[in-house]
Design a protein around this ligand. Structure first.
Ligand code: SF4
Length: 260
């Protein structure tokens, strides 16, 4: 269930402020981004330009609404009883790492209240600040969009080097992660690259799930609303055969593969 930001204490600030997160929207009972029932906070701003982005309205780094971190903690506390033993708070996007210092504060405050934290990221940055945030992240959801750097650049506009480095860092810490792969006909459905992707991570001890997310056209209307040309407007959803190929390839390398 999504709710408008107007019903929480929102500040119309023009500049970034350490007490406020720039957010796009909130989902109160999310079940798709991490385990259990979760409060999912979609932050605003992203530096990738994925051809298949389903949320182009989250890209503008100056858009969204500034919301006080303490207000978000209060909201999580009001929902805490519903989280059960697996649930908690997920920060997704847009791209959360753009607001890494503020998210560190947010996650520290959530942990002080005994609330589980989950971060859904494209791994665009790999530096000390990000490592500190990851150390405060109970579960990392890492999108590795393509294993081939050149295709990754064409697909997202940027290199995959930081993402791969961040996966390595997470593995070195021994803390859990789920890897995510968006299956897009003509872009990410090449069997040899799916195999290479899987081989890259198969020996990781911290990957306890791989999620395959088939491409869909649900975001198309947002591109239209924003008067943007949608590059994949004629791309179909992956066929049954393609889904099975991806699933069976990943299953050769990982015990827990979820085709969403
Ligand atoms: S990383 Fe996510 S939010 Fe950013 S462009 Fe890609 S799909 Fe869109």
């Amino acid at each position: 269930m999504y709710f408008p930001l107007q019903d929480i204490e929102a500040a119309k600030l023009n500049v970034d402020d350490p007490e406020h997160l720039r957010i796009h929207s909130i989902e109160t009972f999310g079940t798709h981004d991490g385990p259990g029932i979760r409060l999912v906070i979609f932050v605003q701003g992203c530096q990738f330009r994925c051809l298949y982005c389903q949320n182009p309205d989250t890209l503008d780094v100056k858009g969204g609404t500034m919301v006080e971190i303490d207000e978000l903690v209060k909201r999580a506390l009001r929902q805490k009883n519903y989280f059960g033993k697996d649930g908690g708070v997920t920060v997704s996007g847009g791209e959360p790492l753009l607001q890494r210092s503020k998210l560190l504060t947010f996650f520290q405050k959530l942990h002080a209240e005994g609330i589980n934290t989950c971060l859904d990221t494209n791994g665009r940055l790999n530096n000390d600040q990000v490592h500190r945030l990851l150390d405060e992240t109970d579960l990392l959801l890492l999108d590795v969009k393509h294993i081939n750097e050149e295709i990754h650049k064409k697909l997202t506009g940027l290199t995959n080097k930081a993402t791969l480095g961040l996966a390595e860092y997470r593995e070195s810490t021994g803390k859990r992660m789920w890897l995510r792969y968006v299956l897009v006909p003509g872009w990410t459905d090449q069997p040899q690259y799916i195999e290479e992707w899987a081989q890259t991570f198969t020996d990781y001890k911290t990957v306890d799930r791989v999620e395959i997310i088939p491409f869909h056209q649900l975001g198309e209307h947002k591109w239209k609303l924003m008067n943007m040309e949608y590059p994949l407007k004629d791309t179909p959803t992956p066929s049954e055969e393609t889904r099975e190929m991806a699933e069976s390839t990943f299953k050769k390398y990982f015990d827990n593969v979820i085709l969403k």
